[in-house]
Design a protein around this ligand. Sequence first.
Ligand code: BTN
Length: 246
Amino acid sequence: MNKANKKFIVLNETDSTNNYAKQLILSNPEEGTVVMAQYQKSGKGQQGNSWESESGKNMLASIILYPSFLYAGDQFMISKIVSLAILDTLKSKIKNVSIKWPNDIYVHDKKIAGILIENTIKGNNLDSSILGIGLNLNQTIFMSNAPNPVSLQQITGEEYNIEKVADEVLTSFSRWYKKLKMGDHSEINATYYTNMFRGEMWSLYSKNDVRFEAKIIGIGEFGKLRLQKRDGSIEEYLFKEVEFVL
Ligand code: BTN
């Protein structure tokens, strides 16, 4: 990704790169336009939470896409390929990286990155998509009440060049996006599944405070988590309908 390229916007400060991208989309920027910021005054997380990121320490980026080839029921494919791009980047540096369904990247049992995707739909397909990525690189103290944040520097003791890491994420993302455009869902699905946090093992989950043992067996339409219980029954859950018991 070339920074001199008009597809790359780097801001010192903004409220949220996703909000900035949402405004920008009104003027039809090129597909692949990336908005990055050193600092977000009100960085957004999932479920109306805020996203903590000390100024100049981490990767804060939003990618603008127009995936009109993608059926709305398949929109979670976008989340899968962003997760895989972050995973590729981190796996080249550290071990024990996994994708915690639906939007987090974990190292062991700690969260190193979060994804916030905002889509618009036209007819049966996606129209536009803003892919917000928050990847903790050099921050060493986290102040918010987020349960288990961690940064790359906390793991390796090294300091990272944010632009260089962002470039790696974006390069890998382009490769996965090409596969998605070509309709190559099977490789994406298989790679996602084998890298899932608690994939392929019996673990504890909870729904409405009732705990049960189950195994992830895949992802359904709209990104629902498909779990098989010990009694053999299979159920699908939307985000927040089920929790991992950590
Ligand atoms: C989460 O795990 O709750 C999602 C966090 C997403 C944070 C990123 S940082 C860049 C982009 N702009 C935002 O306001 N949020 C996303």
